[in-house]
Design a protein around this ligand. Structure first.
Ligand code: PLP
Length: 364
């Protein structure tokens, strides 16, 4: 297999795919594939429950949080969140740090309104707003932010903490699509956490939502059935037929993280090393550069540009031929982007760095 630096759908661990292949036709002697199982069968129920249990263990999810496995991608959460959290009115407040937070803001605004409480616009999306720059509306219902902007390569170095004017706690809602499971996390700091699966979890379409119990009673009365977190929680994310196979694959990834990698602290150390060496290689070169403030450089998505744009296509062609896939930056920003999610092994990053140095020597 080649090294896949795609931003999403992203690389999956080879071991996970091998296990899925082994179990594909005949799951544990049952004579059928997981894809063909009833979601209500005892076999499938065990798969689903194990996946949730392993995720809870990995992230040390406190007991007063529900873990949901809805469908529709992270983008559907942009709408589900305001429906579920605005039952008592108020305005969702947002931190604007890049393209994904912008989309979340646009959807909330389109539905029930939105307010930008702090923004990275003034520094051209190269650093996140600091805690003391966050200025909420008096009627703020929650604060939403994007932990890691996948396209810009901008990552929060802290978890915002916000209070209402009367001093009471305001829920923090976080899009963690491109950084969840990259390291340990204090779930108790959040009201709702969500992530599209196709980076560090599994196949696209599936979503993981982790929501604090007391927020399940805040849904607007017009919330569509399939959007309703409380119903989902009550029915084990099986209000309708869930994305059974994707959920199973997510479970294999959780198992891999626990038993092959050794948990999120071990994953964290590997991810820190991978990103540090790639950024160092970029900073040490004359050809490559990355504009993000060092404190907010993403560990998962490393965008970089070449000093001479005419070298972009040769860079991509030669990288592809060397088995280094999907390095092209997002169409809205151009340049390159190497996504270093959990499943990209350290040897893949070493190979990329060696290729970049060689390319610069020959063409730079
Ligand atoms: N949020 C972030 C940070 C993302 O990176 C993405 C997708 O890449 C999304 C949301 C949207 O995810 P989906 O395509 O699953 O709707």
């Amino acid at each position: 297999r080649h090294y896949n630096f795609c931003a999403g759908p992203a690389a999956l661990p080879t071991k996970v795919l091998e296990r899925a292949r082994e179990e594909m036709l005949d799951y544990h002697g049952r004579g059928l594939s997981v894809m063909e199982m009833s979601h209500r069968s005892p076999e499938y129920t065990a798969i689903a429950e194990r996946a949730e249990q392993d995720l809870r263990e990995l992230l040390a999810v406190p007991d007063n949080y529900k873990v949901l496995f809805p469908q529709g991608g992270a983008s559907m959460q942009f709408a589900m969140l305001p429906y579920n959290l605005l039952g008592a009115g108020g305005t969702p407040n947002f931190l604007y740090t890049g393209i994904w937070s912008k989309k979340a803001i646009a959807e909330a605004r389109h539905l029930f309104g939105a307010y930008v409480a702090a923004s990275s616009e003034a520094n051209r999306l190269t650093a996140v707003p600091r805690q003391d720059e966050i200025a909420l509306t008096g009627d703020a219902a929650y604060l939403h932010y994007t932990a890691n902007e996948t396209i810009g390569g901008l990552e929060f170095d802290y978890i915002p903490e916000v209070r209402k004017a009367d001093g009471s706690e305001l829920p923090v809602v976080c899009d963690m699509s491109s950084s969840i499971l990259s390291g340990p996390l204090d779930v108790s700091r959040f009201g709702v956490l969500y992530a599209g699966a196709q980076k560090n979890i599994g196949p696209a379409g599936l979503v993981v939502v982790i929501v604090r119990d007391d927020l399940l009673d805040r849904a607007r009365p017009d919330t569509p059935t399939m959007f309703n977190y409380k119903l989902m929680a009550e029915q084990g994310s099986m209000v309708n037929t869930p994305a059974t196979y994707s959920w199973y694959l997510a479970g294999l990834v959780f198992d891999w993280l626990k038993n092959d990698v050794g948990g999120l602290e071990a994953m964290d150390a590997i991810n820190t090393r991978k990103a540090a060496k790639l950024y160092a290689a970029i900073d040490d070169s004359e050809l490559y550069s990355n504009p993000i403030a060092p404190l907010n450089r993403s560990r998962m998505n490393v965008p970089f540009v070449l000093a001479d744009e005419r070298l972009n296509q040769p860079f991509l062609d030669e990288a592809d031929a060397a088995g280094l896939l999907n390095l092209k930056g997002h169409r809205s920003v151009g340049g390159m982007r190497a996504s270093l999610y959990n499943a990209v092994p350290e040897e893949g990053v070493d190979a990329l760095i060696a290729f970049m140095a060689d390319f610069e020597k020959r063409r730079g």
